[in-house]
Write a protein that binds this ligand. Structure first.
Ligand code: CO
Length: 193
């Protein structure tokens, strides 16, 4: 198990359509991939994470569904597809790949998603509200789309200089984290060589 680095805005993998998962091929590694994704999502205090956010080219995501303060369920979606959608609402949205940035984003209020679950079985998920938004956000990720793409044209223009600045900051933070990480595991790395 490990907390993985979350790819930030500017990383090319976030703009690529992920590969359809062949369940039989990933079956063996799936457990450890999902564990890493969960740990990474929890450490970053997110409510969803797509595989490409941790650098894996797989059409696979997790979404945390909160039933109450203490009760939650983590939903795994493999090769998900939105097959029905209705209503629309605007609410503030953020993304672990764009830390600290929030913007009012338009989403469908209700969606029906077809996917495979972690056992490779087909599931049909009908969601409303926050869960519906989380599904749309993660499925967008798997198609190389970020929430900032959904913003009105004027907002996008205004965001451009902000994004440029943030991108540099995120790169710096990532760099210093990696340096620290290397130092911490330096001995182990050397002995493994
Ligand atoms: Co996101």
């Amino acid at each position: 198990m490990a907390i993985r680095r979350i790819c930030k805005y500017g990383d090319k993998i976030l703009r690529k359509k992920t590969k359809q998962v062949d369940f039989k091929t990933v079956k063996k590694e799936l457990k450890s991939i999902l564990k890493d994704m969960l740990e990474t999502m929890e450490a970053a205090k997110g409510i969803g994470l797509s595989a490409n956010q941790i650098g894996l080219d797989l059409k696979l995501a997790i979404v945390r569904y909160r039933k109450s303060e203490e009760e939650f369920e983590d939903i795994v979606i493999i090769n998900p597809e939105i097959v029905e959608q209705s209503g629309s609402s605007v609410s503030e949205e953020g993304c672990l790949s764009l830390p600290g940035l929030f913007a009012k984003t338009k989403r469908f209020t209700k969606v029906k998603v077809l996917a495979l679950n972690e056992k490779g079985l087909p599931v049909e998920l009908v969601a409303e509200g926050l869960l519906a938004k989380a599904f749309q956000h993660e499925i967008d990720h798997l198609n190389g789309i970020l929430f900032i793409d959904k913003l009105p044209f004027i907002t996008k223009i205004k965001l451009k200089p902000v994004l440029r600045k943030l991108k540099k900051e995120w790169a710096k933070i990532d760099e210093s984290k990696q340096r620290k990480g290397n130092r911490a595991t330096g001995d182990r790395v050397t002995s493994e060589r």
